[in-house]
Design a protein around this ligand. Sequence first.
Ligand code: SF4
Ligand code: SF4
Length: 269
Amino acid sequence: MKGRVAKYYLTDGRRHTDSEGYKTSVAFEKYLADCGLQVATDRDFGITALRWAGMKAGIGIIRKNNFFYTEKGSYQYLEAFLIDEPLQYIVENQIRPCAEKCNLCMRSCPTESLEAPYMMCRNTCVSCLTTWDGWDLRTEPLQNKFEKWIYGCDACQDAWPHNRKAWKDTEEFPELEAWSSHFTDTEIVLAEYSWLRSVVQPKLWYIPQGKEWRYKTNALNAMLNNYDPKYLPVIKKVCQDEYREVRDMAEWVLEEIERKGIGESENGQ
Ligand code: SF4
Ligand code: SF4
């Protein structure tokens, strides 16, 4: 999945009740309530600005790419719990800030969405454009910069150095293997909507229910950006997809392949 689906979403426990993250969150909320506190939380998006709250709580810092880093890097989930008692702040961290001259994250951003330290343009971020915000990739001026990304983008977090040892690939996550092993570009584009609806959408839920066709249009875009002749029959086949958005995207991709001449050269024609 590397370079195609952002890591954050592979192990997203916010709605996954079998995950350790979800269970820990529920257990902590219960612990606070058992202490006699009133508790409020929002597991989906946080009850407050999570990165800012995390920084003020002393558990990490915000780096120039705007992501929140603890001593273990940025691949972390933050949650906030609002309670009805003041707490004493006692945590201090020894995390070093970004080196003044480092700009690796900005240089790695495929769309130059990271315009300057601590400044990200949401309108041009691949992570936004492949999840919430991008709807018709045929008219998206940056679609040819999405590389292989289908859902999210990790480029500015994968940039060295503070995530060097952060992602270890050593633990299982419930059901991840079952769906991710069938998440190649071709399999997504040809997938049954019932599978996308029941298996994929509950995991990659920033694409809302009823819009599952967007996994297909994102994958078609990745096919165009990384064209291989083996994709051609797949793209042609989904010109008959049941969703107009996918049919339109597939036809546009075929036109682009022809306009750019990439199909001809790679076919040796
Ligand atoms: S790549 Fe450099 S500037 Fe960007 S977040 Fe990492 S250390 Fe900071
Ligand atoms: S997530 Fe990707 S597109 Fe967005 S700012 Fe980071 S590198 Fe750029």
